[in-house]
Design a protein around this ligand. Structure first.
Ligand code: HEM
Ligand code: HEM
Length: 183
């Protein structure tokens, strides 16, 4: 069966681009935060916490929408190894959308630091205080952030290869257009 014209649903596309922007902001805010020694640290961390939790909530909505509306299959012309690479990298991206916010929440719980969101809204601790565990989770938050950067770079490279070189409609299935016939 031809898959031409297949696209992600409007909600999937909206969430993809919205969350891509949010995640990139989070990665750069994170780096900016830990390299600030002034008041700026406080402002950035006050933005980092709620934005990270919002990513966690949207990740749940996105995964649910994906289960209910399976994405369009990749073109049959795409080599098997690239299809597998796409599956593995997408799995990793989904996993990181959950792991990063949960690690942030868990590490602040173990510290124990208050997990303030907006105004008086505060999240409950999900771990009991444990300084050694905090240190481990804090290091993991950095390690997984680096992995996130790396996978996003690979993903960006693949997306642009589909758009500029293969021109197989994969990019347009997420950008909003229709998949055009494979030449
Ligand atoms: C997609 C979600 C998230 C991403 C991509 C992300 C990314 C980052 C990055 C890149 C850093 C800097 C790491 C370093 O250079 O050592 C960082 C630090 C930090 N993150 Fe996140 N983060 C996320 C979610 C969260 C959440 C939900 C919380 C808390 C509720 C949180 C709390 C923190 C804190 C407190 C620090 C800095 C701690 C310090 O000053 O030592 N993060 N994050
Ligand atoms: C920055 C963070 C980003 C994240 C976390 C992310 C995550 C994802 C995930 C998880 C999928 C699989 C969708 C699914 O199967 O439900 C996907 C698909 C896609 N993404 Fe991204 N993305 C990001 C940025 C980008 C950027 C910057 C581009 C383009 C320049 C892009 C282009 C695409 C395209 C074309 C697809 C469709 C692939 C297919 O048909 O299988 N993404 N993205």
């Amino acid at each position: 069966m031809s898959m031409q014209g297949a696209r992600f649903t409007p909600l999937a596309r909206l969430l993809h681009w919205l969350m891509a922007a949010m995640i990139l902001i989070m990665l750069f805010v994170g780096i900016g935060m830990v390299s600030s020694t002034t008041e700026r640290y406080r402002y950035l961390v006050a933005l980092h916490r709620p934005l990270g939790i919002l990513i966690l909530i949207l990740a749940v909505v996105r995964l649910t929408n994906r289960v209910l509306n399976p994405p369009p299959p990749l073109p049959a012309s795409l080599p098997k190894v690239q299809q597998m690479a796409a599956t593995v990298s997408h799995l990793l991206l989904y996993a990181l959308m959950f792991i990063m916010p949960l690690l942030g929440w868990a590490m602040l719980s173990a510290a124990p630091y208050p997990i303030d969101l907006f105004g008086t809204l505060e999240l409950p601790a999900i771990l009991s205080p444990d300084a050694a565990l905090y240190a481990k989770l804090r290091a993991l938050h950095t390690d997984f952030a680096l992995l996130f950067y790396a996978v996003i770079l690979v993903h960006l490279g693949a997306a642009l290869t589909h758009s500029w070189i293969r021109r197989d409609g994969v990019f347009r299935s997420m950008a909003g257009g229709r998949r055009s016939p494979t030449p």
